[in-house]
Design a protein around this ligand. Sequence first.
Ligand SMILES: Cc1cc2nc3c(=O)[nH]c(=O)nc-3n(C[C@H](O)[C@H](O)[C@H](O)COP(=O)(O)OP(=O)(O)OC[C@H]3O[C@@H](n4cnc5c(N)ncnc54)[C@H](O)[C@@H]3O)c2cc1C
Length: 395
Amino acid sequence: MVGTRNHSSNSSAFAIRSGGHTPFAGAANINNGVTIDLRAMDSVNVSSDQTITSVGAGSIWKNIYEELQLMNLTVLGARVAGLGVGGLITGGGISFFAPEKGFACDNVVNMEIVLANGQIVEANSHQNSDLFRALKGGSNNFGVVTRFDLQTFPHGNFWGGFIFYPGSTVPQQLKAFENYMDPKNFDPYAEMFCASGYDGATQSFLVANGIYYTKPIANPPVFQPFTAIQPKLGSTMRISNIVDFVTEEESQQAVNSRLWNSTVNSIESVAGIKHFIIFQRVPAALPGNSLGLHPSKGPLVLCLLSITWNSAADDDLVNHVAKTLIDNIERATKAVKLFGNFKYLNYAANFQNPIGSYGQKSVKNLQRVSKMYDPTGVFQTGVPGGFKLFTPQLT
Ligand SMILES: Cc1cc2nc3c(=O)[nH]c(=O)nc-3n(C[C@H](O)[C@H](O)[C@H](O)COP(=O)(O)OP(=O)(O)OC[C@H]3O[C@@H](n4cnc5c(N)ncnc54)[C@H](O)[C@@H]3O)c2cc1C
């Protein structure tokens, strides 16, 4: 199938960039081609009835939250300040509101897209509805999204922050996380991730939990199994606003490090190494997107392996260890029949196949929509970066 969709020459190849946070090279930039950098498209406009916020596809979430906060409003977006709108939404999008409201893409009411033939179209549940669904998980495979219209709702301060513990508390953390994931303890306002790993700077193992309750209620019962764990190394838990929380999250991320999804036990000597395994709940499975999730498949836990390091000279070693570890985790979870096939595109490494993990039905539909809106395959071969729809794994 790829053969029938050959782009005439790669000299016209291009990349689409919003916030540029994809951790691997080539997804949002390109050598010997043109990068369409959307960062100047950063408008934020709220409708007069305050129910819809229209954002340029190159906006970053912190700026959007800042504008909305002035009106005590918010939208579903990233938990980290500097992430872009375009990549986060077209890949799904996990927000502080994920357990209650699903993925950020589920809360988009309309998108404006430039198609391969240059036509500018709107996609929503009435107009180009198949394209609308495809773009909710289908990434850069259909066009350049230039504007997103986001459902907007009143929201004020809430409880959140980080709690740090020594690595020795991991068994207690896992027990508490199991309790959090138990459907009978489900609380739609409780979003968190539990990160444990090795920090090369301090040569120590530690746990860092990001905990958020989207109401101004401190230490609700759903999080008490975590807050009761001792000893603690520190805590920033407080009632505050979303801009404060996303800024704090950004400060916890390594800047200008090499970032990869992985974890290891044999790379402690790698310069600048931080390697963490992070557990978080997969957002509520709502209809209308292309992610292939269904409530009957859940509740699911996302396992994100996150490594940062300093030098390109260590890439091969870290990548090898990452792949090995992922294989081992998959094998172990399959052996106990707890493997879930879903791979979150926005967290996936470039050797993984997140679109394939949406399932045959969704993949076939994405391919059909691609042929309808982009019959010559401009976004398949002319935009080589990111995760494509007609790879051998998918056809
Ligand atoms: C520190 C950090 C924290 C993170 N936290 C979260 C989180 O809280 N929740 C979450 O869900 N994810 C999170 N992620 C993952 C994040 O969602 C992805 O990295 C996402 O791709 C970022 O979007 P971007 O616009 O910045 O990326 P980009 O790298 O600019 O784009 C990502 C992909 O989308 C395509 N794309 C971008 N804009 C458009 C457009 N307008 N039209 C068509 N295609 C487009 C690009 O071509 C590229 O392939 C985090 C990542 C990092 C590094």
